[in-house]
Design a protein around this ligand. Structure first.
Ligand SMILES: [Zn+2]
Length: 217
């Protein structure tokens, strides 16, 4: 089973990806992790990508797509995969379709975790990040044992500028605008499955399971 996972930052995408992977034994494919893998293994593609990563520059799209193609063809993905953070644009979606066609594969579902703007604001503005080790807490869902102090390392917890209400609202609108064409693209192909992500994660997963299990029949 080959899946695409779409959802704004704070939609619970990371958590759902983890549960889906575990239950369906899929390979997790994100551009970040495949780029780092190619670089750490010192492959030809990795060597090509390294200078961009070292300088903090964007890796060119065609290089990312070549790395993606290689990954999707690998044994790790033979039982299926879940794409996370890619495709981001119609151009990438079309390129992905071409890659998959060449490999004799298809996308089975594009799962979209739809979350209301106010839910995201609630979740993200409660986020606190450890200055020292980067661990993330949530004042509502996963509070630190001692206020303002990291459970793991004793570091100071801060609210990142990214997690203030104004930034979250701005990012939400940007995400929606950027993602709408992709939703339409997969909807036209009859592959879009939208889940209401405002619900608890177990409920979200149970809806996803229902949909995915119906594909297997
Ligand atoms: Zn810490």
């Amino acid at each position: 089973m080959n899946l695409i996972l779409l959802g704004a930052p704070g939609s619970g995408k990371g958590v759902q990806a983890e549960i889906i992977i575990e239950n369906y034994k899929l390979a997790h494919v994100s551009t970040g992790n495949i780029l780092r893998k190619e670089i750490s293994e010192g492959t030809e593609l990795g060597l090509e990508a390294k200078p961009y990563m070292d300088k903090g520059m964007l890796v060119p799209e065609d290089l990312i797509l070549r790395i993606l193609g290689k990954e999707l063809a690998s044994d790790r993905c033979s039982n299926g995969f879940i794409l996370d953070g890619v495709p981001r644009t119609i151009v990438q979606a079309e390129a992905l379709d071409k890659i998959l066609t060449e490999q004799g594969k298809v996308i089975d579902r594009a799962i979209y975790l739809e979350v209301g703007e106010n839910t995201l604001v609630g979740r993200l503005t409660n986020r606190r990040t450890c200055l020292a080790c980067g661990k993330v807490f949530n004042l509502v869902g996963q509070p630190p044992k001692v206020e303002g102090i990291c459970d793991s390392c004793g570091g100071k917890l801060i609210q990142r500028d990214d997690d203030t209400e104004a930034t979250v609202r701005k990012r939400f609108v940007e995400y929606e605008n950027k993602t709408r064409p992709l939703l339409e693209y997969y909807s036209r192909k009859g592959l879009l499955f939208t889940v209401n992500g405002d619900q608890p994660k177990t409920q979200v997963f149970s809806l996803v399971t229902k949909e995915l299990d119906s594909l297997r029949k």
